[in-house]
Structure formats: C-alpha cells, structure tokens
Ligand binder design. Sequence first.
Ligand code: DP6
Length: 336
Amino acid sequence: MEKSTWLATPNIAVVKYWGKRDSALNLPYNGSVSVTMDEAVSTRTTVEFDARLSHDLFCLNGKAARPEETVRVSRVLDAVRKKAGIKTRAKVHSENNFPTAAGIASSASGFAALACAAADAAGMRAGSASLSRFARMGSGSACRSVIGGFAEWKKGVKADGSDSYAVQIAPASHWQKLRNVIAITDAGRKLIGSDLGMQMTVQGSALYKERLRKMPALIRGMKHAILACDLPSFLSLAMKESSNMHAVMLDSTPPIVYLNDISYAIMRAVHEFNAQQGKVAAGYTFDAGPNAHVYTAERHAKAIARMLEGIKGVKKTIVCRPGNGPRRLPEKEALF
Ligand code: DP6
C-alpha cells in the first residue's frame, strides 16, 4: 500500500455545531454552515498502512501524540479500514502551521487531512460524502473541512450517521472578496474540550431547546446570504449566532466560558467600526476559545487587522480567504 500526504485547512462555522445526538459517531443535533479557509493556516498529514504494526501510531507536531488523540485518529482509520475491507494498522504524522487546540479548529483541518490521506493510502477512490463521514469520526467539525469553499453539514436523521456529512453550498471562487481576520488572543489549550462542553450544554441549558428550534430558519437565511454574497446579512447573522452559542454555553451547569476580556473588547471594536462605516462591514464569530474570527470584505481587511492588533492582549492577526479544500501533496513533502 502507498504512503499518502494531504494538506487540509480549517473551516470557521458561521452557523455552529454545538450538541451531539450521538457522541460515539459525532452526530449533531443541528446542521451547521462554514467557510473553509485558504492555506494561510493548514495541516499536513502523512499516512502509511504497514502490516508490521500491531497498533496505530500517531505523531503530532513531531511528538508522540497523547493517547486520547491517538484514539480519535484510530476512529477515522477504523472507518476507512471498514470501507476498504482491510485490517492493517497505520503510521500517521501530522503537522499544523498554527497553535493546536486554541480555537482555530486544528482538529478540523487535522482530521480532514487524515481522512483524505488514509482513504488514498488504502487505495480507495472515496467521494466527498465518504471522506466527510470519515473525517466526522475524528471531530464533527472536520466533516466540513473536506469541502472547499462554503459548506453545509447536513445533520442527518439516521442512527448510523450515513446521512450526516457536509456538502458544498458554493465554491471558494463564488465569494473571493470575503476575508476572515483571525485575532489570536490566547494560543494555549482550551480548558473544557468540545465533547464535554457540548454534553454539559445539552443536559444543563434550557435555552438550548430554543436555539435548536430556530436553527432551520437560521441555516436557510445564512445559505441565502452566502448565495447572494450579501455581506451585511452574512455578518449580522454570524455575530448573532456566535453570541447565541456562547449564551447557551453560559446557561450550562456549571457555566462554560470560552471568551475572555480581550474577546469582549474585540466585539466592542467591531461594533464601533460598523458604526463609523454606517453599515455592517465586519462581523465576529468565536468558537470554543477566545480567538476571534472577524469576517469582512477584502477592502477592509487591512484596517480590521490594524484595529485588532491595537487591542491589548491581541498577540497576532492572520488574514484568510475562502479556500479550495484538501489537496494531495507530492511524495517529497511526506512527513516521514
Ligand atoms: C464551537 O468539532 O471540535 O467550533 O466533534 O467533539 O471534535 P468534536 O467537536 P468539534 O466542535 C467544534 C465546535 C465549534 C463550532 C463549529 O465548528 O461548528
């Protein structure tokens, strides 16, 4: 079997995945919508199935990964092995060019690259729905990073998860002028992992039911804004949705707080920017961490980056465009 290396990029949701109807299969209670980023931030992953191995080996950023990380890698590999009809264990090396577990969705790009490389190394010609389901087994949000451009994760209704995968709403070329200015406020590892945080919300938040009730209309509105390249609607919906998710997190028992003072300062600065512009020209969204993703138009990206860098506690900004999704890298770029 061949060695295969793939590069994938994170996706940043504007309608968020938060809450699982099945934790083992990462099946969500609601659909979600995201933009896959370009290669300003990326993960490279090499996979080789090797008959001499008795278990899967996983190295992350040059070091042996923690056991719980290897378990998640094996879940993706198991899904690939099952479909390919093989039992062979694999060696996996993965490298991020950005901080791991700090709210830049390193798991999304990592498991998307893994799904593509593993299917390829197993000699499968998997379509995007299969690749998306494989990636989902590692991390739910990863199922959207398999898709380039604008993606919708269809929550599905089946118990086996066969209808829960991401599809493309529009390619990256559809809205080339959209930018995501990432403000890194804290590159540390998050305290409560998404899996536990989601369980706490589903069990403890009464507001969560209301969130789910409004989801279908929100997803329709967001897709409409994307298809029309309607920036003010896209940004307004994204900001409200991000705050709604963080509100149900706070409504959990005990409350879950991923945002910090810097995140709130960024929120205020974005609203001030919009007030100066006299229209909604920038909009933030926050994942399970304090880093901000500020969506805006190309012509405002520099000003937004400068504004964010002026906020005390913002360590760095990275400007991303919509990206095309995972791609296979030549042999010479393999990690081992
Ligand atoms: C807040 O995909 O990291 O970023 O399925 O447990 O791995 P697991 O969760 P994960 O959750 C991401 C949640 C989010 C919102 C989103 O990306 O949709």
